[in-house]
Design a protein around this ligand. Structure first.
Ligand SMILES: Nc1ncnc2c1ncn2[C@@H]1O[C@H](COP(=O)(O)OP(=O)(O)OP(=O)(O)O)[C@@H](O)[C@H]1O
Ligand SMILES: [Mg+2]
Length: 494
């Protein structure tokens, strides 16, 4: 949660900021509306803006809307000024917080905002059991292993468990074990003392200590190497950690959540993951079914994201038309909810009226698949069931692959080479070496994921480590490799 405070809050900035910090928010401050807009434009994100009611709240709300920043605004002012409160709400503020700031009130507002952006949207029976189990175990301190295909909502589930736990007001810290190179991950997790290794210019606190009192998410834990797994096991068993280069063990009080998109038991059996660590982490396991196995969620999520992205883009609310919905229901959704979310975002932008039609639905990758791919025999019945629920039960026929109407130029979306051609796209490749084609595929996929290594590896079906080695090889060979999407990835590329 990132909070941006605008104005002086009548002298209560530090009091309000302190409360928010204690609730786990990251707090930034700027004096003016211009300052706030500049901060947002330069990429300093905010999940909530708290503005002094003495400033022009309406102007800030307008600026945000005009520049398409979807961030809720709350106004703050001295409690007795009822007129100002009414004006602020009329101008578009979501809430009015009276000053001096009350800790419970600020906590409630922060929680409401967090809840809104991290809600799990679902109603399919296939998810119900997982959600019921999540509710039951959330308050405990038990470690939880969350598994599921890429994009099924594992991180969302981890945040949900934290929010429903007794630790909700303490930090939630997440470490992506796949995105950080082996040699840095240990110090990322456990911290290091000054001088522990070349480049350790100052003491650094690791994620275990940062999460103290709260929850630590070890994301994509299957990618952690065996040597570090041993250290992690000790930290979890004994609740103490050793900073790299440190001489004193440090006590920590944390709950561990872990995610993986691999079958961890087979990883353990194959010797790639310590069995004892697996059993430690897997006190409870939650498996998120792939989206194609929860057809009722497809429809619900489509509507949810259509509304969300209409609002985020300052457009009138878009609904999903029946033909578009049939297409969406029948798609294979290899990238699960993430793919659906992107599809709906694009649909909102491409749609010409308030109803989203099939022409706005651009499905990347394979066309809707009616012959079940070998890995997922459930898709055909799922698609048929889904169509039936849309009043199309009398003789379900798969919709034809989408052709843009002749009068309308097809919108340009990034595509990958070799995609969708009738010959499977390989004819044009004859004469090239496998290594050559592989390199192009990897680089293009990376461009497609805007440099995000983790997602590229998922799409390519290779481990992040393999991807990283290949990229290193390419850039050493003088090939331009798209820059990483995040700071963490940047370290990964050395
Ligand atoms: N049930 C849901 N309701 C609303 N949004 C969802 C749901 N499931 C996933 N999402 C959204 O889909 C996107 C992907 O979810 P998330 O990052 O949690 O998936 P993941 O399983 O961790 O993916 P990966 O394996 O690629 O790391 C996020 O933007 C998330 O908010
Ligand atoms: Mg994830």
């Amino acid at each position: 949660m990132r909070l941006l405070i605008v104005g002086t809050l009548e002298g209560y900035i530090s009091a309000a900021g302190k409360i928010a910090l204690q609730k786990g928010a990251k707090v930034a401050h700027t004096d003016s509306i211009d300052g706030a807009m500049n901060a947002l434009r330069t990429g300093q994100g905010a999940d909530l803006v708290m503005i002094d009611v003495k400033l022009d709240v309406g102007m800030l709300v307008d600026h945000l809307k005009n520049e398409r920043f979807a961030v809720p605004v709350v106004a703050c002012g001295v409690g007795t000024d009822a007129q100002a409160a009414v004006r602020a709400i009329r101008a578009g503020a979501k809430e009015y917080i009276p000053l001096p700031p009350d800790a419970n009130l600020i906590a409630a507002v922060l929680e409401a905002v967090a809840e809104e952006s991290h809600a799990i949207v679902s109603r399919d029976p296939a998810m119900a059991a997982t959600l019921a189990m999540a509710d039951q175990i959330a308050p405990s301190d038990a470690s939880v292993l969350i598994t599921g295909e890429s994009g099924t909502g594992k991180e969302l589930m981890a945040r949900y468990l934290h929010r429903k736990s007794r630790r909700a007001n303490a930090p939630f810290v997440s470490v992506n074990c796949a995105a950080i190179p082996e040699n840095l991950l240990e110090s990322e997790l456990f911290g290091h003392e000054k001088g522990a290794f070349t480049g350790a210019v100052a003491r650094r606190i690791g994620k275990f200590e940062e999460a103290n009192g709260g929850t630590l998410l070890l994301d994509e834990i299957s990618e952690m190497d065996l040597r570090l797994q041993a250290k992690l096991l000790r930290a979890i068993q004994e609740r103490v950690i050793d900073r790299v280069g440190g001489s004193q063990p440090v006590k920590v009080d944390i709950r561990i959540l872990a995610t993986s998109n691999r079958d961890m038991l087979s990883e353990a059996k194959a010797g790639r993951f310590r069995e004892d660590l697996y059993f430690r982490l897997n006190v409870v396991s939650l498996n998120l079914p792939p989206l194609r196995e929860r057809p009722a969620d497809i429809a619900l999520l489509c509507r949810h994201f259509a509304t969300k992205y209409s609002e985020a883009n300052g457009l009138p609310p878009r609904t999903v038309g029946p033909d578009a919905m049939t297409m969406l229901q029948a798609h294979y959704w290899r990238g699960n909810v993430r793919e659906l979310e992107n599809t709906m975002h694009r649909a909102v932008l491409l749609s010409r009226g308030t109803e989203i039609g099939p022409e706005a639905i651009l499905l990347t990758g394979a066309e809707p698949s009616y012959t079940a791919p070998p890995a997922a025999p459930a898709v055909a019945p799922a698609a048929a069931r889904a169509a039936a629920s849309y009043g199309n039960a009398g003789g379900y026929a798969p919709p034809p692959a989408y052709q843009p109407p002749p009068t309308q130029p097809a919108p340009v979306i990034p595509t990958m080479p070799g995609m969708g051609g009738a010959d499977g796209g390989t004819r044009g490749l004859v004469g090239r070496t496998v290594a050559d084609v592989e390199r192009d595929l990897i680089i293009d996929t990376l461009k497609h994921t805007l440099g995000n290594r983790t997602h590229a590896a998922n799409i390519l079906g290779i481990s992040i480590r393999t991807l990283r080695n290949k990229l290193k090889e390419y850039s050493e060979g003088g090939v331009a490799v798209p820059p990483p999407a995040s700071g963490v990835d940047a370290e990964a590329m050395g």
